[in-house]
Design a protein around this ligand. Structure first.
Ligand code: ASP
Length: 599
């Protein structure tokens, strides 16, 4: 070994001992007679001092040291002079008085200072990711991610799961995205697809009798990248045989509580995780990814609002739309600037406008409201009676502000759920240390695609319809609820799962409903359907995003912070400059000709 001690180790108790350390020159301060450097390795920083009286050669050589040079240093641990201690560093009570210095390597001038406190542009960080990862925070995040997967491995192993690797070169496994494809050289004209997830493979493993499978699996989806997506992501993928929905949820609940408490002890997680049906989640929060760390729940007031003189409300209600809103507590005194600001925010989510009703705090009660207590741009059209009714339905109190949106149900929900999060932020209602997990279950199995005029699976096509909804498959597929659920945390989807279909005929029926032809079925899913004819056990499982989980645990907004080598928003890797052209010879071997798009 080049070192016998890590930089972060020395303490007062080691004063007097002779040690050898190795690492990077973090900072250098030349005081002429004395040269100080902070030496950094993965464990932290150690101040070292070159004093010609203790090592003349080392002192001379130290004059040439620059940031990020790699050195090996031998010397004695000494106590720092009183007053020169650094309470911010665990090693701040001591320093290393160097007798020998070996320069192991030099560095050209770094593209940015290796520090958590310097702002560096995102592209430069990725281009020099190997330097970016030297920052202490990035090292911490790599370790956190490792701890999370380590906990997963341990816990699942104890629970009798077997880790199985599934192939990366496979065939299309539709999960609702476009495939990444890889041309085959030995089968000219044929392509592999990279797995969008190991879905069919894990189901096949259940048919194989594995019973409990898991994998920290890489999934590839060629999507137009929305904010904070990566073309490849990692998920904890698992599948269990002979289970019901509750059994699968229980495993995740135990595991995720363990992960949170073991990796970030200061977070709070409360169990059991609350459960909301999809319908309830939409009704109360306007989204299937509810952030339940705060209230501000939505209320539907369509009928009451439409009973007023307000034409907007009447028009929306008569065209089948909905009128909903929530109460911003103690915001009744908002001025014009604040309400304009919120209206702009609502419009940026697609709303035509935002209706306010403010109740002055001087009102004795909602029942005793007088005209002078109410402020609203629609006041002319809303009788005091209607306002009292709306306020009672929404649970408003004197001093509160009601925020109301009218439109199609989908639009109203989108606007209000965004507005709800925005208000929580403005009112500082979010405890950033809290991890509020919630199960959302009983999703519809299909969504109607207006453009294609056909049903699409809401999640994927392998989820089982609820037993009591089987008849709707023939009569009204839109009504079928699946044994299908999501795990949500702090308003983000953490993963989804379901009890799967394990019967060939039922699976075929679902393929038919979403419009696959017989040829497409046997081409894409023949292997799974065949396997189902050989005694497939009932089974279910989940795919849970690892990147998002680690980001939430770390309090990071962007998942690229917790991925060692992520890609940019345009799926580009600035470090390797991938994707890139390949040699003509490679194309020839693959029998591929590139036809560039006309610009
Ligand atoms: N394969 C699914 C996905 O990647 C998860 C699951 O149902 O297990 O979303």
């Amino acid at each position: 070994m080049y070192k016998d001690t890590d930089c972060g180790e020395p303490r007062e108790s080691m004063v007097g001992s002779q040690i050898t350390v190795a690492g990077w020159v973090h900072r250098r301060r030349d005081h002429g007679n004395l040269i100080f450097i902070d030496l950094r390795d993965r464990s932290g920083l150690l101040q070292v001092v070159f004093n010609p009286e203790h090592g003349e050669k080392a002192h001379d050589l130290a004059q040439s040291l620059r940031s990020e040079w790699v050195v090996q240093l031998t010397g004695k641990v000494v106590a720092r002079l009183s007053g020169a201690e650094n309470p911010d560093l665990p090693t701040g009570g001591v320093e290393l008085s160097v007798t020998d210095l070996v320069i192991l390597n030099r560095s050209i001038t770094p593209p940015f200072e290796i520090s958590d406190d310097v702002e560096v542009d995102a592209n430069t960080r990725l281009k020099y990711r190997f330097m970016d990862l030297r920052r202490p925070r990035m090292q911490e995040l790599l370790k956190l991610r490792h701890k999370v997967t380590h906990t997963m491995w341990n816990y699942l192993t104890e629970q009798g799961f077997t880790q199985v690797e599934t192939p990366i070169l496979i065939k299309s496994t539709p999960e609702g995205a476009r495939d990444y494809v890889v041309p085959s050289r030995v089968h000219p004209g044929d392509f592999y697809a990279l797995p969008q997830s190991p879905q069919q493979l894990k189901q096949l493993l259940m048919v194989s009798g594995v019973e409990r499978y898991f994998q920290i699996a890489r999934c590839f989806r060629d999507e137009d990248l929305r904010a904070d997506r990566q073309p490849e992501h990692t998920q904890l993928d698992f599948e269990m045989s002979f289970v019901h929905q509750d059994d699968v949820m229980e495993v995740v609940e135990d595991l995720y509580t363990l992960i949170a408490t073991e990796t970030v002890p200061e977070t709070t997680v409360s169990g059991p995780f609350p459960r909301l049906t999809y319908a309830e989640s939409m009704e109360r929060f306007g989204t299937d990814k509810p952030d339940i760390r705060f209230g501000l729940e939505l209320t539907t007031i369509t009928d009451t609002a439409a009973s007023s003189e307000a034409r907007v409300f009447q028009a929306v209600a008569s065209s089948g739309g909905s009128i909903r809103g929530f109460v911003a507590p103690e915001c009744g005194n908002y001025g014009r600037r604040q309400t304009d600001d919120l209206t702009e925010y609502a419009k940026s989510s697609g709303a035509q406008g935002l209706v306010f009703i403010a109740i002055d705090e001087s009102a004795p009660s909602i029942d005793a409201l007088e005209d002078e207590h109410v402020k609203s741009p629609l006041k002319k059209f809303l009788s005091l009676d209607v306002i009292k009714k709306i306020a009672t339905e929404m649970g408003a109190e004197p001093g509160d502000l009601m925020l109301i949106v009218a439109g199609t149900e989908k639009l109203v929900n989108t606007v209000l759920s965004n507005l709800r999060s925005e208000m929580a932020r403005r009112l500082d209602l979010v405890d950033s240390k809290e991890l509020a997990f919630v199960w959302v279950y009983d999703f519809p199995l299909f969504e109607w695609d207006e453009e294609l005029k056909k049903y699409e699976p809401a999640h994927h096509v392998f989820s089982s319809p609820k037993a009591e909804h089987m008849d709707f498959l023939d009569t009204d597929p839109g009504k079928v609820i699946g044994t299908l659920w999501d795990l949500v945390c702090n308003g983000s989807e953490m993963g989804s799962g379901s009890i799967r279909i394990h019967d060939k005929d039922l699976q075929t029926k679902l393929f038919n409903i979403i419009g696959y032809t017989e040829d497409q079925i046997s081409e894409r899913f023949g292997q799974l359907l065949t396997a189902f004819t050989y005694g497939a056990p009932p089974h279910g499982g989940m795919g849970l995003g690892l990147d998002r989980l680690v980001a939430i645990l770390a309090g990071e907004d962007a998942i690229r912070e917790v991925i060692a080598f992520p890609k940019t928003q345009s799926a580009f890797d600035p470090l390797f400059e991938a994707p890139s052209r390949i040699e003509q010879q490679q194309l020839d071997e693959l029998h591929i000709r590139v036809v560039m798009p006309k610009t």
